[in-house]
Design a protein. Structure first.
Length: 52
């Protein structure tokens, strides 16, 4: 397996993990971690303003 393939798989796992963590936090009525939101390309400050 090439280095590029491993990097791509690693990035996919990181994004998928952040999506699961963010969805879980929202489902529990909590604010997702800023790191997870940034990984997903979401501005944490803008996310906090949703629903205000």
């Amino acid at each position: 397996m090439s280095t590029r393939t491993r990097r791509t798989i690693g990035e996919f796992i990181e994004i998928f993990g952040s999506a699961v963590a963010a969805a879980s936090a929202v489902e529990r009525g909590r604010q997702p971690a800023a790191r997870d939101l940034r990984t997903l390309g979401i501005d944490p400050e803008q996310f906090r303003r949703i629903g205000q």
